[in-house]
Design a protein around this ligand. Structure first.
Ligand code: DP6
Length: 348
């Protein structure tokens, strides 16, 4: 990858480049890093990309700019989010004197509230910088690049089911990329997202992971038990065994949240509506409706179900006090360049 990146500066375009990417939901969760500096995961993970959570990003390198600029969801953004993007572009381009960039990005969903905006955001940016700088990266190289922005972004390069691989080296990231398990047309499922708060989360995933690894007595058990969950989930997806996929999804989610709660100080991402929703879905299940819960670093509850049950599950979710909105998602496509209103999948 490095040799390809060396010649890019002569080659880059100053024309705007637009990319789209979709957030993903981890069915087997990523939580913990073996290197914070290189953003290397401590565990593998398995996800489903979602069609309803889309980020559209336009990137334009411009030699007349003095610094990078970020316009996110119709607002100019400075500070940490912009620094993270500058660092990402520096890593991608691998030269100190790259042209500065103007980035205009928008999400079709609330940003920073645990709906994986960093996953779709960095996947879209990786695809855009690849195009603008003529890097000619493969999917795996794109996934490595996206991962440097945010671990979960590595999976959003792909549509459908993806698995993030976890290497062992502490100073090399060439084994830490995602692969596609099945594409978005493989299995018609629904993921219903109950938005219970649109506030920005108090403790971001990165900080939460670091705290958990440092202070939870359960952290070693979490890391050691992950491989078995990944193996089982891969098999369940292959067999389209919905009950098994659902049961494993809930198990991984509650194991991650239990782990986070066991940190010092404890990390609790839930609010009252989150807890109420858990009971509502479990109650529905005892009455025979197959629906399974998952949650990330925020208070939103995501419920996995089959298309025939989605209306019934949605109505039950809407009955929970504090639910602001239900977003219904299907398996979504991978990150791609947008050209003349047509999506051209790059590097397939
Ligand atoms: C709970 O990918 O946001 O959503 O690599 O530090 O940017 P960084 O973390 P991030 O973490 C996602 C955590 C999670 C579970 C998951 O998506 O696997």
């Amino acid at each position: 990858m490095n040799s390809k990146r060396k010649k890019i500066i002569a080659d880059f375009t100053q024309n705007p480049v637009t990319a789209q990417a979709y957030a993903n939901i981890a069915l087997i969760k990523y939580w913990g890093k073996r290197s914070v500096e290189l953003n290397l995961p401590a565990v593998g993970s398995i996800s489903l990309t979602l069609d309803a959570l889309k980020t559209t990003t336009t990137l334009q390198f411009d030699e007349s700019l003095e610094s990078d600029t970020l316009h996110l969801d119709h607002r100019n953004v400075a500070g940490k989010p912009l620094e993270r993007i500058t660092q990402f572009l520096d890593t991608a381009v691998q030269t100190g004197d790259r042209p500065k960039a103007k980035i205009v990005s928008s999400n079709s969903f609330p940003t920073g509230a645990g709906l994986a905006s960093s996953a779709s955001g960095f996947a879209a940016l990786a695809v855009a910088v690849n195009e603008a700088m003529n890097l000619h990266l493969t999917k795996e190289e794109l996934s490595i690049l996206a991962r440097q922005g945010s671990g979960s972004a590595a999976r959003s390069i792909y549509g459908g089911f993806a698995e993030m691989m976890c290497g062992t080296s502490l100073d090399d990231d060439q084994d830490d990329f995602a692969i596609q398990l099945e594409d978005e047309s493989y299995w018609d499922l629904r993921l219903l997202i109950a938005v219970t708060s649109t506030d920005k989360k108090e403790t971001g995933s990165t900080e939460g992971m670091v705290r958990t690894a440092k202070s939870s007595p359960f952290y070693t058990g979490w890391v050691e038990s992950q491989q078995a969950d990944l193996d089982e989930m891969r098999r369940a997806i292959k067999k389209k065994n919905f009950a098994k996929v659902g049961e494993l999804t809930e198990h991984s989610c509650f194991k991650m949240h239990g782990l986070a709660m066991s940190g010092r100080p404890p990390l609790l991402y839930w609010n009252g509506a989150t807890t109420e929703m858990i009971h509502t879905i479990w109650n529905l299940r005892t009455k025979g409706t197959a629906a399974y819960i998952t949650m990330d670093a925020g208070p939103q509850v995501k419920v996995l179900c089959q298309p025939g049950n989605s209306e019934l599950v949605k109505q039950a979710m809407l009955s929970v006090k504090g639910v602001k909105q239900i977003i219904e998602a299907k398996p979504g496509p991978g990150a791609a360049i947008v050209t003349d209103n047509q999506i051209k999948v790059k590097n397939s």
